[in-house]
Structures are given as structure tokens and as C-alpha cells.
Design a protein around this ligand. Structure first.
Ligand code: ITT
Length: 204
């Protein structure tokens, strides 16, 4: 499988390549020399995922997928959510974003949260959405060097270590992105089968 993943975040590419393994070939925006910034102007993850996928598929006339991910914290009424990348300012600084979250959570007993990923696939002129969620809680302090973004302060359900402390292997077994990707892959496989002439013949 060869497909464009409309993202400029190298960590997302790395995780998705790891999830799919060979022989799939994932091309990020830098691999196709895409340099136009894509402004995330929609009010929710679904809107931004669709906006990113459509920006690329409409301009280049190719099938592609994009995703938007947010950390949704109950005590903060779902924030940072769709604003996760720029929670502490415009330049997507993970250390500052985590510091803002921890400051806003000070004194809170309810530390429950979830990561939610929405993947939008633009294929053959139609859009399809896939969701992946992992529930967990916000740690009191960052821990671990692995992963990216908010991983050092997110402890997934059933674990006592943060995503930042888990191996890439372990994160990929349970993560929001892995769960959404699993649905995307199943869909693409089923879609490919439906399009195959053998299957169409056997339906008659
Ligand atoms: P693209 O839009 O180019 O895909 P981005 O980094 O701007 O890349 P998002 O708009 O989805 O991505 O921003 C979500 C932010 O949430 C991201 O910058 C990270 O800080 C954080 N994030 C996303 N996935 C994460 C993960 O698996 N673990 C920890 N933090 C994550």
C-alpha cells in the first residue's frame, strides 16, 4: 500500500510507519515537497482532519488521509482538545503546553482524560472518518523521554507509567492513533476487495 499522509509532524509519520510496517509506503508532506501551510481553522478535530485531507487531495488529485488529535481533559471541560498543538502559544512547544495543563490542573482530584484521534480519508472523491480513543489520566509531573507532545504527562488506563515511559512498541498496541489506523486499514482492505473484478463477478 502506498498512500499520502497529509501531515507535517514527523512523529506522527514515524508512529504510523511503525504501525503499518513493510510493505506499506507512507509519504508525508515533506516527501512530496508540499510546502503550503495548512491552517487548522475548524472548531473540532473532525473538521480539521477533513480540511487537511481535502487541501492535499483537491490540489494534487490524489487519495490521501490526514488526522487531527487532541488531549481531552475532563476537569478542563475537554481542553486542550482541538487546541492541543498551540495550547501555550503559536509554536507548538510541548514543554510549555504540558506546563500550562499541569498548572490548570493544580489541586484537581479528577485527572481523567483521553487522547482522541480522528482520521479523514479522501479516496475516490469521497470522505471517510475513523476515530480512535485511549482513556487514562494526567500525571502530576512529566515522566519519560519517549513519544512526543503530551506523552510524558498521560498515563493510559491499566498502566502506572506515562506514554513517555512506554516503548514505541507498547504505545502502538493501545494508542488512539493505532486504534484509528486499525479502522482505516480494515476499511481500505475491504474497499479494495469490493473493487476487485473477481468479487464483483461472484456477486452476480
Ligand atoms: P499535523 O497537523 O501536520 O498533522 P500537528 O502536530 O499540528 O501535525 P495536530 O494538529 O493533530 O498535529 O496537533 C495535535 C497536538 O497534540 C500535537 O502537536 C501534539 O502536541 C499533541 N499530540 C498529538 N498526538 C499525540 C500523541 O500521540 N501523544 C502526545 N501528544 C500528541
Amino acid at each position: 500500500m502506498k498512500i499520502i499522509f497529509a501531515t507535517s509532524n514527523p512523529n506522527k509519520i514515524k508512529e504510523v510507519r511503525h504501525l503499518l510496517g513493510a510493505p506499506s509506503e507512507i509519504l508525508g508532506l515533506s516527501d512530496i515537497n508540499w510546502s503550503d501551510p495548512i491552517e487548522e481553522t475548524e472548531p473540532d478535530l473532525e473538521g480539521n482532519a477533513m480540511l487537511k485531507a481535502l487541501a492535499v487531495s483537491n490540489k494534487l488529485e490524489v487519495d490521501c488521509f490526514a488526522e487531527d488529535t487532541g488531549l481531552e481533559i475532563n476537569f478542563l471541560q475537554g481542553r486542550p482538545g482541538v487546541k492541543s498543538a498551540r495550547y501555550a502559544g503559536e509554536n507548538n512547544d510541548a514543554v510549555k503546553n504540558m506546563a500550562r495543563v499541569l498548572e490548570e490542573m493544580e489541586g484537581s482530584d479528577d485527572r481523567s482524560a483521553q487522547f482522541r484521534t480522528i482520521i479523514a480519508l479522501s479516496m475516490d472523491g469521497a470522505l471517510h472518518l475513523f476515530e480512535g480513543i485511549v482513556r487514562g489520566r494526567i500525571a502530576h509531573n512529566p515522566a519519560g523521554e519517549g513519544g512526543f507532545g503530551y506523552d510524558p504527562i498521560f498515563i493510559p488506563e491499566g498502566f502506572d507509567r506515562s506514554f513517555g515511559e512506554l516503548s514505541a512498541e507498547d504505545k502502538s498496541k493501545i494508542s488512539h492513533r493505532a486504534r484509528a489506523m486499525e479502522k482505516l486499514v480494515l476499511f481500505i482492505e475491504a474497499y479494495a476487495k469490493c473493487k476487485s473484478p473477481e468479487l464483483q463477478l461472484s456477486r452476480k
